[in-house]
Design a protein around this ligand. Structure first.
Ligand SMILES: [Zn+2]
Length: 336
């Protein structure tokens, strides 16, 4: 991922940091969401129960392929797995392939995986994450590891694991709206700290999709991007650009987290701006999209100290954190 940006300009390693201000068929996040009909009867919304064991297995399965770096056999195999699993869960799946240029002019074969439920429904919500893993552990304490690819368990696989479990629930209990789940490729091939060329190179897959959507003039009511949502005790702050472009969506999601009892994960404070896939979605498609992304004010990167290191492995995957995120998102879309 990502890059933070300016204000009290403090520059981090390979990102600029912007410190601007500085159920259910079981679980019910206090099911107080109600719909008033003209006759004043109250309809109870049933939100499926997010299963964190399932999300964990989806995450571990991705990591077991090896680093999902474009142009590698592991990447290709994992992409086929993700698309196949989404089809098995009942989605209509488009595999959008493209040849993209990295910051250092390498051609990579990228694939955005687009899974749609209730295709005819014009009332749509977009959920997304990136499925590739970073080719460089350039934040690793050991310089000998800087050119090695990372597992990307938290940075990539975990968010896709959460979305696959959400897809499983949607396949079993259809919501009243249409849902598109997009797993973007080539998010994390941004220029490493050891090879600065002045071209950042992040978010290539989402940029391509936003400029060439799978449906002509594609739009959605709003979008929710998940990135780095599985680490133990992760906390999510209200990201600056999300607050700028989609404050109502931030409000909706943070209120849902509170109703579901996850305010210890979704913090009622703002963080700096982060360059991530949501900006491409807003820029090219004008869809208000937020980024639920881990923020840690106690590290120099703003992310966990395992970020872009070889330590971003399965030890950075917590069922509790994935439950908090997955249940909150399910609550939002089933109360739409
Ligand atoms: Zn990353």
């Amino acid at each position: 991922m990502i890059i933070f940006v300016p204000l009290f300009f403090y520059s981090m390693s390979n990102k600029l940091f912007f410190l601007i201000s500085i159920a259910l068929i079981g679980f019910s996040c206090k099911q107080n969401a109600q719909t008033n009909t003209p006759s004043k009867t109250v309809e109870k919304v049933v939100v499926p129960e997010f299963n964190p064991d399932s999300a964990y297995v989806y995450t571990a399965t991705q990591v077991a392929f090896g680093s999902r770096v474009p142009n590698t056999p592991a990447h290709k195999a994992c992409g086929n797995y993700l698309a196949g699993e989404l089809r098995r869960l009942g989605a209509g799946v488009i595999e959008q392939e493209a040849t993209l240029q990295t910051y250092d002019n390498q051609s990579i074969q990228a694939k955005n995986i687009i899974a749609s439920f209730n295709r005819e429904n014009k009332n749509r919500v977009l959920l997304c994450a990136h499925w590739d893993s970073r080719p460089y552990a350039d934040n690793d304490a050991n310089p000998e590891n800087h050119r090695k690819p990372i597992d990307g368990a938290n940075d990539g696989a975990g968010a896709c694991g959460v979305l696959l479990e959400i897809a499983r629930q949607i396949g079993e209990h259809s919501p009243n709206i249409g849902i598109d789940i997009i797993l973007f490729d080539a998010e994390d091939w941004g220029e490493p700290q050891f090879d600065r060329r002045g071209r950042d190179g992040w978010c290539l897959g989402s940029e391509y999709w936003a400029q060439h959507p799978h449906v002509l003039n594609y739009t959605a009511n709003y979008g929710i991007l998940l990135d780095m949502v599985s680490a133990p005790n992760a906390q999510f702050y209200k990201e600056y650009f999300s607050m700028q472009y989609a404050p109502n969506v931030v409000k909706k999601v943070w209120e849902a987290a509170q109703v579901c009892g996850f305010s210890n994960y979704f913090i009622n404070r703002q963080s700096g701006g982060i360059e991530d896939d949501h900006l491409q979605i807003f820029k090219h498609r004008k869809i208000p999209c937020i980024d639920i992304i881990q923020y840690d004010p106690n590290t120099s990167s703003g992310f966990g100290d395992y970020w872009h290191t070889l330590n971003d492995n399965m030890d950075r995957v917590s069922k509790e954190t994935m439950k908090a995120v997955g249940q909150t998102v399910l609550y939002v879309i089933y109360n739409q």
